[in-house]
Design a protein around this ligand. Structure first.
Ligand code: FES
Length: 177
């Protein structure tokens, strides 16, 4: 128990002042005794800053919000948008739930994996792309449907459109480099 306390104190200290200030703004939106309600916002902040949510970050959030680290981890693992490991510059999630399956959702995922030479859930060697299946995105009539970097939804993604998208992303990454 003592060791846990020490570890957690160290974890909390690992949050920068700027990060803690952002956390504080989120916590302030809730009644004092309900700081834990800010857990999703805090996870999002960490992911924005670090690109993913590490076990250490979960522990730091847990200390900050006064909740068990496991409860934070349960939130991280429940939602698709939280990255549990580093991801590529472009995170590509393809819906493979049943309605999309009936309209080539699985085929779109396999096409992306094959053309980028990655397994489902994998990241390309150059760190540009992470490809993974996901649950329903709420646009089943537009299948195949995908989500880019947890924010941009793309519909009717035929293999040709997927190839065009990947080419555009490579160009964009090249310009940024
Ligand atoms: S099943 Fe794919 S968006 Fe709903």
């Amino acid at each position: 128990m003592m060791t846990d306390t020490v570890t957690h104190q160290a974890s909390a200290a690992s949050l920068s002042e700027a990060t803690q200030a952002r956390f504080a703004r989120e916590v302030a939106k809730y009644p004092k005794e309900q700081a834990q309600s800010a857990v999703m916002a805090c996870l999002s902040i960490v992911q924005q800053e670090q690109g993913w949510v590490s076990t250490e970050a979960e522990a730091a959030i847990a200390v900050y919000l006064g909740m068990p680290a496991m409860a934070v981890h349960e939130v991280t693992t429940f939602y698709n948008m939280y990255n549990q490991q580093p991801v590529g510059k472009f995170k590509l999630n393809v819906c493979t739930n049943l309605p999309c399956q009936l309209r080539n959702g699985q085929g779109a995922l396999e096409h992306l994996c094959k053309s980028l030479n990655v397994e489902d859930g994998g990241t390309t060697a150059d760190g540009l792309f992470t490809v993974a299946k996901c649950e329903c995105l709420g646009a089943c009539a537009d299948a195949p449907v995908m989500l880019v970097n947890d924010r941009q939804m793309l519909s009717y993604m035929s293999n040709d459109k997927l190839d065009e998208m990947v080419a555009m992303m490579r160009t964009e990454a090249g310009k940024a480099a």
